[in-house]
Design a protein around this ligand. Structure first.
Ligand SMILES: C[S@@+](CC[C@H](N)C(=O)[O-])C[C@H]1O[C@@H](n2cnc3c(N)ncnc32)[C@H](O)[C@@H]1O
Length: 211
């Protein structure tokens, strides 16, 4: 009986979160609900051929994260694997230097750009770069968001690029890793430490910073 109650509670939770996604998309004036399937050959289009899921983060989780981070107008956000741009929409509704999405899949990047134009209440500039995250050199962002977008090989390349970027432009940088499937890569990198774990909405998001 208690397993049945757990299953029902879990179902109800996801129905509630998806309903919130529909309502928030409508109130933002964007469309981020499409679950995109990769076309044949697309998965191998990246250097390491290791894209993971392409589901968006639930809006309520993103909003809780954004509020917990206490960003200021001096912050700039990059979403690695931005999909249709839902996280960009949430972050860009507060004043920031910029919000940038990196997405290898051209169709999703196009939708993210259209959503950026339509977003109601935007207070930060949004740009979307169609690129493999493994090749992105990083600029002067202070927050990088990842929702388990790819496997360990791309993640290793990303962390190496990030470290070079920090050496060239020292700054406080926070990495938010949601659904941290490859956290061992962060540990093995040797220059990052976990500074916080944000819990809520049946999940947790790990925050890392340079030691
Ligand atoms: C789980 S979705 C997250 C979408 C969005 N960040 C969010 O939280 O709503 C991961 C995205 O990463 C993209 N992706 C996977 N591998 C990538 C790579 N090597 N470079 C750029 N984007 C990648 C996928 O196409 C997908 O859109």
């Amino acid at each position: 009986m208690s397993r049945l109650a757990d299953t029902l509670e879990d179902r109800a939770f996801h129905v509630f979160m998806r309903a919130a996604d529909v309502l928030i998309d409508a109130s933002y004036g964007v469309y981020t609900l499409a679950e995109r399937r990769y076309a044949a050959g697309e998965v191998t289009a990246t250097r390491f051929g290791d894209p993971a899921t392409n589901m968006p983060t639930y809006y309520l989780r993103l909003m809780a994260l954004r509020d917990a981070l206490e960003l200021t107008p001096q912050d700039a956000v990059t979403d690695l694997g931005c999909g249709c741009g839902r996280a960009l929409a949430v972050f860009a509704r507060q004043p920031l230097r910029y919000c940038r999405g990196i997405e290898f899949e051209a169709g999703a990047a196009g939708v993210a750009r259209a959503n950026a134009k339509r977003l109601r209440g935007r207070r930060a500039a949004i740009d979307v770069v169609t690129a493999d995250a493994a090749d992105y050199p990083f600029a002067d962002e202070t927050l990088v968001y990842l929702f388990n977008p790819f496997g360990p090989q791309t993640l290793r390349a990303v962390l190496a690029n990030l470290r070079r970027s920090l050496e060239m432009k020292p700054r406080r940088l926070r990495l938010c890793y949601y659904h941290p499937k490859h956290r061992d890569v962060f540990k093995a990198a040797g220059w990052l430490r976990r500074t916080a774990t944000l819990r809520g909405f049946k999940t947790h998001i790990e925050i890392y910073e340079a030691q």
